[in-house]
Design a protein around this ligand. Structure first.
Ligand SMILES: [Zn+2]
Length: 355
């Protein structure tokens, strides 16, 4: 998530953080009553219970632990840590059997503003080809940004690595798990699905723009973007759908979540319109290109853009459940002959070009 130039979300400025804190509830304490009594036979470790589509909290936690480790040094664009993140995501996509976008590799390098051959950054893009001869050349797109802000001013403890565990290792972990869930569906969806881990978000949404302009998939063939940025903190039982009223993606997500109580989620419409979050992450580039977009988000917090945005503060179970909901939304859209559309509210707020 980019800092807001006009409304930086700082504590105490406008009560914004107080709203977030009020929304936060304590995580449930794990029940220990299922531990074996002393002297009984040891119990084999249980298989981790999947949310939906094989998505588990432990896999999410592993992805976040790697991406937000000090070793990746905050994944600035460009940096060796960002490249390591991109290679990790591309390897996960390859392992799930995803293909590159037409005419491209899984790692898509693009030039950053300012020129110079070394001034470039990677996106990691994997595609699952659809099955329907009429619909397989259209794409449902999932996005999350791998990059964060790197190394900066140290905090009071002397920590200068801005790990970006929530922003946006949380969304990147979800993206990997959603891709694996799609790859495991026995029957391929009708439309194709593109999984796009971008970089350059914090600098100015550069990677998503590069993907839209020359990622190997024509804009006219993209029917929706579901963007996931900062879903690992705050209220464990809700997810905010920014842009919910702007297209029919929001109502569709709410219906899906209502019928899947195992997700333990409710979908909340944008409680912070004054923050203009719809205009501050990668889905905005898709919306501005005319593609209906929805942004899954859980709000900022006291560690936002600070060295303390670290893996141990992340609610991996929440990420897994939000990823499950996003997977079900994408699957429904990928199997619907009718593509998502803008609402009147979306047309007036976003003014997307007609397609
Ligand atoms: Zn950010």
């Amino acid at each position: 998530m980019q800092s807001g130039p006009r409304h930086p979300p700082r504590a105490g400025r406008n009560g914004f953080v107080a709203v977030i804190l009020a929304m936060t509830t304590l995580p449930a304490i794990a029940c220990r009553s299922d531990l074996p009594a002393a002297g009984s036979a040891p119990v084999a470790a249980a298989e981790p219970r999947a949310v939906v589509g094989g998505i588990t909290e432990s896999e999410v936690a592993d992805h976040v632990a790697f991406l937000a480790s000090d070793r990746l040094a905050g994944r600035a664009t460009p940096s060796p840590g960002l490249e390591a993140a991109a290679r990790y995501v591309a390897a996960e996509f390859a392992g799930a059997g995803l293909e590159p976008a037409p005419g491209r590799e899984l790692l898509q390098w693009y030039a950053l503003p300012g020129g110079g051959a070394a001034n470039r950054a990677p996106n990691a893009v994997g595609v699952l080809r659809g099955a329907d001869p009429d619909l397989r050349d259209t794409f449902v797109v999932f996005t999350a940004h791998m990059d964060h802000v790197g190394i900066g001013a140290p905090d009071a403890s002397g920590d200068s690595i801005y790990n970006g565990a929530d922003d946006d290792a949380s969304g990147t972990a979800a993206l990997i798990e959603i891709a694996e869930a799609f790859a495991a569906v026995p029957e391929r969806p009708a439309r194709s699905v593109a999984f796009v881990a971008v970089s350059g978000e914090e600098l100015g949404l550069f990677g998503s723009r590069a993907f839209i302009e020359h990622g190997g998939i024509a804009v006219e063939r993209m029917v929706a973007d579901v963007n996931i940025d900062m879903i690992g903190r705050n209220s464990p039982d809700s997810v905010v759908a920014i842009g919910m009223a702007y297209s029919d993606l929001g109502a569709r997500l709410a219906r899906i979540v209502e019928t899947r109580p195992e997700l333990g989620l409710t979908v909340v419409d944008d409680p912070w319109p004054e923050e203009r979050f719809f205009f501050r992450s990668d889905h905005y580039n898709f919306a501005a290109a005319g593609i209906p977009a929805l942004f899954l988000f859980a709000g900022v917090h006291e560690d936002y853009h600070r060295p303390s945005d670290q893996a141990e503060r992340i609610d991996a179970g929440k990420i897994a459940r939000v990823a499950g909901a996003a997977f079900l939304l994408g699957l429904a859209v990928a199997n619907d002959r009718e593509p998502p559309g803008w609402t009147a509210a979306g047309r007036s707020a976003v003014r997307p070009p007609s397609r």
